[in-house]
Design a protein around this ligand. Structure first.
Ligand code: HPA
Length: 269
């Protein structure tokens, strides 16, 4: 099926994209800001799942940023929707099969580090898998990757550094970097859990990304990640968390997010 899915998408794009970019909650506007757009709805792609999460559209968008060809995943899958970790990460295997070796993962996250501000963009330097799921459970397909993949550079240090260097050049200031802890959700965390995660070394928290990172490492793709801090994590401020807050913060930061991602693609892909 993987081969069939990849062939279908490649047939639609006509070319091998230079990079695939997964768009997180509220960050979908980039999908209408690339040139020469071709839209590929998930429902038409053999072997693809449907996206049910709010703020997630459900289409691949092929287009150009400058002279670079990009494939945007507009709407991702989450384990809290009832999908397995392997299902959630299936598109990453499709991208690799198409010949794509570079992956940019973005997400909406709650800020655990108290100096973060809602609307801030942060490079993910490393991940903590607190989802109690793993997409590689079951028989290993050796043609895809090893049984026990190395995760010691799971988000590419060199690519992150290069990307942050061009961000500093273009915008005057680099992004902060932080450790992202992935949880299963869909309930937000309690204040006690957030205090625990802070002690464990996490800077931001969310319900996605980890399974895509694991699979990308299994199949040896280069990955970088950017979290959009949409809210302060539970208990930091004296206010409840809501999905509305998350989506609105994503929209507010859209313009900056778009120019930062465009700069990364132009200069480092
Ligand atoms: N917790 C978990 N996931 C999230 C959050 C949060 O505070 N904000 C956005 N995604």
């Amino acid at each position: 099926m993987l081969q069939r899915t990849a062939e279908y998408v490649l047939n639609k794009t006509g070319e091998i994209p230079d990079v695939a970019i997964v768009l997180g909650s509220g960050l979908s506007r980039l999908a209408s800001e690339v040139d020469n757009i071709k839209r590929i709805p998930y429902v038409k792609i053999p072997g693809f799942l449907k996206s049910t999460a709010p703020g997630h559209a459900g289409e691949l968008v092929f287009g150009q940023i400058d002279n670079k060809k990009v494939l945007l995943m507009n709407g991702r899958f989450h384990t809290y929707e009832g999908y397995t970790a392997a299902d959630v990460a299936y598109p990453i295997r499709v991208f690799k099969k198409m010949g794509i070796n570079r992956l940019v993962l973005t997400n909406a996250a709650g800020g655990i580090r108290t100096s973060f501000k809602p609307g801030e963009l942060v490079f993910i330097s490393d991940v903590i898998n607190f989802s109690f799921r793993n997409p590689l459970i079951g028989p290993n397909d050796e043609s895809q990757g090893p049984r026990f993949p190395d995760m010691s550079n799971s988000l590419s240090k060199s690519w992150t550094q290069k990307a942050n260097y061009v961000i500093e050049e273009s915008f005057g200031k680099p992004l902060e970097t932080g450790i992202y802890v992935s949880v299963l959700g869909p309930s937000y965390e309690t204040p006690a859990e957030i205090r625990m995660f802070r002690k464990l070394g996490a800077d931001m928290i969310g319900m996605s990304t980890i399974h895509e990172v694991i699979v990308a490492n299994h199949i040896k793709m280069d990955v970088i990640g950017i979290s959009c801090i949409t809210n302060m994590a539970a208990g930091i401020l004296d206010q409840p968390l809501s999905e509305k807050e998350v989506l609105e913060a994503g929209k507010r930061v859209s313009e900056r997010f778009i120019s930062i991602v465009k700069t990364i693609v132009k200069e480092t892909c």
